[in-house]
Design a protein around this ligand. Structure first.
Ligand SMILES: *[C@@H]1O[C@H](CO)[C@@H](O)[C@H](O)[C@H]1NC(C)=O
Ligand SMILES: *[C@@H]1O[C@H](CO)[C@@H](O)[C@H](O)[C@H]1NC(C)=O
Ligand SMILES: *[C@@H]1O[C@H](CO)[C@@H](O)[C@H](O)[C@H]1NC(C)=O
Ligand SMILES: *[C@@H]1O[C@H](CO)[C@@H](O)[C@H](O)[C@H]1NC(C)=O
Ligand SMILES: *[C@@H]1O[C@H](CO)[C@@H](O)[C@H](O)[C@H]1NC(C)=O
Ligand SMILES: *[C@@H]1O[C@H](CO)[C@@H](O)[C@H](O)[C@H]1NC(C)=O
Ligand SMILES: CC(=O)N[C@H]1CO[C@H](CO)[C@@H](O)[C@@H]1O
Length: 785
């Protein structure tokens, strides 16, 4: 709840600020006016003039159109952002040619929740994290050199150009099709771009500009997030990378051969929706191949497809052949929290990797050590000689709430009782953040802290100098047992953090990763795939807060979030694009999804952090397998037309869709039978059917295109269906020839005759897999009653 409240408060505060900044015309704020695709044969200058004319028709006398328009969208789609009153916005909404008018939203970067807390507390406290392993998901056996140059554009918080991840040694000339620029800003000019970092833009973020951005803005990253995601997507291989010695190995981007272009749309405090749209518009016009977006709306905000800057910008990017990869959000494990779920987006969930950070609790007496995890840079003695006390036992006499004390909430403990001791604290979601609690204990004179927490411990939090570790409640039981049995004062110590490699099981779906189904429609399965997003080591901006004894800031940092998973997949998509330059965004997504894996390193089905088998709502088609995606055999194609029919089925009328669509020869009309249930027929690489209960059965259609090396290929289908659901595929065999590249099939789902109870239980999932003996083309499905 704390996070939700915080976000709401934030939005309220920011619109208040918008009003205040509104040059004395009362309640004006920035609105986005979205006008769909650029009408055919319209020059940019004509389009810009028409925007100004349109605004002019609604402005009160004395207000000039060019003084209220903040920016214009003119390449991939038409529209503008302008500072308007509520009435002016409402008037525009009724004008012909306008698809939607919405208040400029503030989105958040998708690092883990602790990142939110970071902003409220001193910079001293670092966010959480995952590291790179020696081997990233993207480099097991990648071919040695790609066939084409690819460019990955990122919408993020900027970039630190001096990072070795963006050195251009060995790179050829910038591709001639590149039309981007390297903008000059505070501490940034064209000399900061090179043959690796080929472009950098920033946008005036107006109301969401952070307090640290006093100047005119810059593509230079002052958050760290954009530097991290860029290096994860396309950073050079850097040997000897580590976070102050932790997680040592080579840090390497998913597609190290790709070029990078940064579109800075976020500051410390958030990402401006109107800037996000501008970033998409420019990135497509500049010539990027893949756009990576590690940010999104709160899952409780639920914008429509025509009022979500990410849905709008990505629609037009995909229509122009640019693949868009987005993070699913960090609001898991609650159901229906996935964001960025439009069916033209590749939506990425986060998993753990086979590396862990261990920091154990050694107890006095003959008790064995208790396993914990966190990153400390402390200096406690190795022998258990520090008195141990629980938060409950250290409760201040002036506090009546024993539960708050057991959670070591600030102000609830008696500092006299914790002096020189290690304090054992419960920790639940919604509590004051762990770094803030730890800070409080530190200043009160405690020597260390153990947090009891069943979910977040997997994401190693960095506490710098203060010895902190985190244990599960099962492990805590052993500590409580020791405290209860100790004849004298119980004692303990916290051991140095160590890196554990080949940790099993991995991957595991991260607790924070947002889950399906999409709150917009249960008939498209989301998220699409999963990729590493826990304790990822990648480049970071230099920081002034160093651990004790360190003289130089680490160039790398361990960070967690679906933000970190997204650029892994953007890198994988860029690799596919490099080898298959003619493939559409849908074909690239299909290749990545149908070749994903569902087993962990114990060769058992991947689970969630709670140990239950991962469903498609947790990790989509599974863990991305980048080299597999280079040879998928068959792909599920889809294009702008399919997405427009999706919008018909979703409920938009033909006049709205005609505005959104690029010039459609022969016009466009929605099918007379358009309905939400037909959304399931979108030629997607996964299948979702909601509401089977009413009809008892549903048949969906799909078509696959042979992209394998063999023109003559015969594929047969294998179905893995759960109890309670009958699944039939017809035909069961597909024969491709030189002349027959695309073949359709049908999948029918019906509630099992003898097992209605099981079908009514909720979401039933399984998969269908086409194979020619060499390729396995797997599609997960979810059916709800
Ligand atoms: C990392 O890679 C190096 C060189 O390839 C190898 O010597 C080392 O054993 C690897 N370390 C781990 C933890 O896999
Ligand atoms: C960019 O800034 C640096 C440092 O201020 C300066 O040395 C360099 O000449 C500038 N380059 C350009 C192209 O202005
Ligand atoms: C711990 O075990 C050793 C032998 O393993 C024994 O000699 C010693 O008394 C035990 N200490 C306590 C505190 O139980
Ligand atoms: C945590 O809470 C449980 C019960 O809610 C309690 O038994 C335990 O003592 C608490 N732990 C601490 C460290 O106070
Ligand atoms: C289409 O939908 C828009 C937005 O809901 C509405 O304003 C418009 O009147 C509708 N057009 C038709 C022809 O129904
Ligand atoms: C819907 O209408 C289209 C033609 O407009 C037709 O091809 C399709 O079979 C219909 N679908 C259903 C489920 O009736
Ligand atoms: C990663 C790291 O520096 N961990 C430190 C944790 O604390 C111990 C001392 O208790 C140090 O030795 C470790 O280096």
């Amino acid at each position: 709840m704390a996070a939700i409240t915080w976000l709401l408060l934030y939005l309220v505060a920011s619109s208040a600020a918008a009003g205040a900044a509104g040059r004395g015309d009362g309640a004006s704020q920035v609105y986005v006016v979205y006008m769909g695709s650029v009408p055919p044969r319209t020059s940019t200058s004509l389009l810009q003039e028409s925007h100004l004319r349109l605004v002019g028709t609604v402005l009160k006398r004395g207000r000039r159109a060019d003084s209220v328009v903040v920016r214009q969208y003119k390449h991939g789609f038409s529209g503008f952002a302008a500072r308007l009153s509520k009435d002016e916005a409402a008037a525009l909404r009724r004008r012909p040619g306008v698809v939607s008018v919405f208040a400029d939203p503030v989105y958040q970067l998708h690092t883990t929740r602790s990142w939110d807390f970071l902003q409220q507390t001193a910079v001293k406290i670092d966010a959480a994290a995952r590291g790179p392993r020696n081997k990233t998901a993207a480099d097991d056996g990648s071919p040695s050199s790609p066939a084409a140059d690819t460019i990955i554009g990122l919408l993020d918080s900027g970039i630190w150009p001096e990072s070795p991840s963006f050195n251009d040694a060995g790179f050829g000339p910038v591709p001639s099709r590149w039309k981007g620029v390297c903008m000059t800003g505070d501490d940034f000019n064209s000399s900061n771009c090179n043959k690796k970092l080929i472009g950098a833009r920033y946008y005036d973020m107006g109301d969401v500009r952070g307090p640290s951005q006093s100047g005119g803005g810059s593509p230079r990253d002052d958050v760290g997030h954009g530097t991290h995601t860029s290096s994860t997507a396309a950073g050079n291989a850097i040997t000897g990378a580590s976070y102050y010695g932790l997680a040592p190995g080579t840090a390497k981007g998913g597609s190290a051969a790709s070029r990078v272009a940064m579109y800075r749309v976020c500051s410390e405090t958030g990402c401006s929706g109107s800037a996000i749209l501008a970033g998409f518009d420019d990135a497509v016009a500049d010539g990027v191949d893949v756009i990576s977006v590690s940010l999104g709306a709160s899952p409780y905000f639920r914008p429509d497809f025509t009022s979500d800057p990410i849905a709008i910008g990505s629609f037009h990017a995909v229509a122009k052949g640019v693949t868009v990869v987005c993070s699913a959000g960090n609001s898991g494990p609650a159901a229906a929290t996935v964001v960025n779920a439009a069916p033209w987006i590749l939506t990425v969930a986060a998993t753990t990797i086979d590396r862990d950070f261990e920091s154990d609790v050694v107890l006095g007496g003959n008790y064995s050590a208790v396993k914990g995890g966190a990153i400390n840079f402390s200096n406690l003695d190795k022998s258990p000689k520090y008195p141990l006390i629980t938060g409950a036992a250290a409760k201040s006499s002036s506090v009546s709430d024993a539960d708050s004390a057991s959670h070591c909430e600030p102000g609830t403990l008696d500092s006299g009782k914790i002096q020189g001791k290690i304090v054992l604290c419960n920790h639940s979601e919604g509590d004051t953040s762990k770094p803030v609690k730890a800070d409080e204990l530190n200043s009160a004179g405690a020597v260390g802290c153990i947090f009891v927490n069943d979910v977040e411990w997997a994401v190693a939090t960095t506490y710098l100098d203060f010895p902190v570790t985190e244990v599960t409640s099962a492990a805590a039981a052993a500590i409580h047992k020791y405290i209860a049995s100790a004849a004298s004062q119980p004692v303990a110590t916290i051991t140095p953090t160590g890196t554990v490699t080949e940790y099993k099981p991995a991957p595991v779906v991260a607790y924070f990763s947002s889950r399906g189904p999409s709150s917009q429609t249960g008939n498209v399965l989301k998220p699409d795939v999963a990729a590493p997003g826990v304790n990822i080591l990648a480049s970071w901006i230099p920081t002034t807060s160093l651990p004790a004894g360190q003289k130089q800031a680490s160039q790398f940092k361990l960070v967690s979030g679906t933000s970190m998973a997204c650029p892994h997949v953007a890198g994988a998509a860029a690799t596919v694009k490099a080898w298959k330059p003619t493939w559409s965004p849908a074909a690239i997504r299909s290749a990545i999804m149908t070749t994903a894996t569902q087993l962990n390193n114990n060769h058992t089905p991947t689970t969630t952090d709670s140990g239950s088998p991962a469903t498609p709502y947790d990790h989509g088609a599974g863990q991305v397998h980048p080299t597999g995606a280079l040879d998928p055999g068959l792909v599920y194609e889809a294009g702008e037309d399919d997405y427009l029919h999706f919008l018909c089925n979703y409920g938009y009328n033909a006049s709205t869709i005609k505005l959104i669509a690029a010039s459609l020869p022969g016009g466009f009309s929605c099918a007379a039978n358009a309905s939400t249930s037909l959304i399931s027929d979108l030629n997607y690489p996964s299948i979702a059917v909601s509401g089977l209960g009413k009809a008892g059965s549903r048949t969906v259609t799909r078509a696959v295109t042979n992209v394998g090396a063999q023109e003559e290929a015969t594929y047969t289908v294998a179905v893995s269906a759960p109890a309670g659901l009958d699944v039939n595929v017809t035909p069961r065999k597909l024969e491709f020839t030189k002349g027959v590249k695309r073949l359709a099939f049908q999948v029918s789902f019906s509630a099992g005759r003898n097992d209605d109870a099981a079908a009514k239980k909720g979401a039933l999932s399984g998969s269908i897999t086409w194979s020619d003996g060499k390729h396995m083309v797997r599609s997960p499905f979810v059916v709800t009653s």
